[in-house]
Design a protein around this ligand. Sequence first.
Ligand code: PHE
Length: 383
Amino acid sequence: MDYAATGEQALARIAQASELDALEQLRVEFMGKQGSVSGLLKTLGAMSADERLSVGPQIHALRESVSAALAARKAALEDAELSEQLARERVDLTLPAPGAPRGSIHPVSQVMDELAEIFADLGFAVATGPEIEDDWHNFTALNIPESHPARAMHDTFYFPGSDAAQGGTTGPNSGRMLLRTHTSPVQIRSMLAHGAPLRIIAPGRVYRSDSDATHTPMFHQVEGLVIDRGIHLGHLKWTLETFLKAFFEREDIVLRLRPSYFPFTEPSVEVDIGFELVGGADGKERRVLGGNGDAPGHGWMELLGSGMVNRKVIEAGGLDPDEWQGFAFGVGVDRLAMLKYGMDDLRAFFDGDVRWLQHYGFSPFDVPTLSAGVGAQSSRGAA
Ligand code: PHE
């Protein structure tokens, strides 16, 4: 018997097998219990010692080469099947969802991410508080007692059923429920939860009964709070300068601090930012941030409220004001977005108009980082 020829025939048929099923049939035909190669192995028992010595190695070599060829062909067919499946089932996650308009990151979300990135670099954590707040956190703990005129200034949305007759604030966590009018209650919540020292920003939604081109009933603020020993106005000014230079990506940002009044800060400081009036091609003048507002062709724009945290607020936060001092600031996130990215009507922020979102929105891949620059191209710019 010509074992070499038998082997070649078997290998040729294995090489031609184009499917796993066909290959399995060949395996059974050659190597199965009743298989031809298995049959040859059985003939060894009936041979004489001499015969076995000369034929045995040939039969074993045949079996080796056939089983190796079966294994190799099986691996190749499985490989091909996997590649084919991968090609067939490929999903490109960067493609827009079929039939749906392409989504974008809202400028408010983008700016909040930018703020978190900038302040994280200065050692600030991001804190949050509830939008449905109680009177104590929103007002009383912030040194705005029941009769204070500042309450009228805030045009508060109170919840029905929690009217004045139910009583004012009688102590911590008490009073009528309302939609928070500012992010400052997060100052109190953070001090009570974490004590001192403390460095947080608190971005979020706030609500006031107010509506025109520059006011919407819901808008966004970011609160900043630092509590530590020996904190003074210089720390506040440096922090705001550093933040605003990073945010507007200009070194020539100049701030003017004006005395002001907030019940929860003492002293209170209104911060103006210098801008230059620049004539556009259309003949209209634009305000470009940067430069000293007192210089010719320049001016000041009111930007945010801030001050040293009032002793009473530190006490309401459960801390000893003789040991701990701090500064706080609050700024409109929507306004920051408008100034940086050039929108002029606040109402459009909340209309959900897809055309506006596609024009002013940001690519989800444009994550603000300090190394790559916190500023981003709007999707229009990137497209
Ligand atoms: N909460 C104030 C407002 O809404 C802003 C502010 C925050 C002022 C912190 C001073 C300190 O107008």
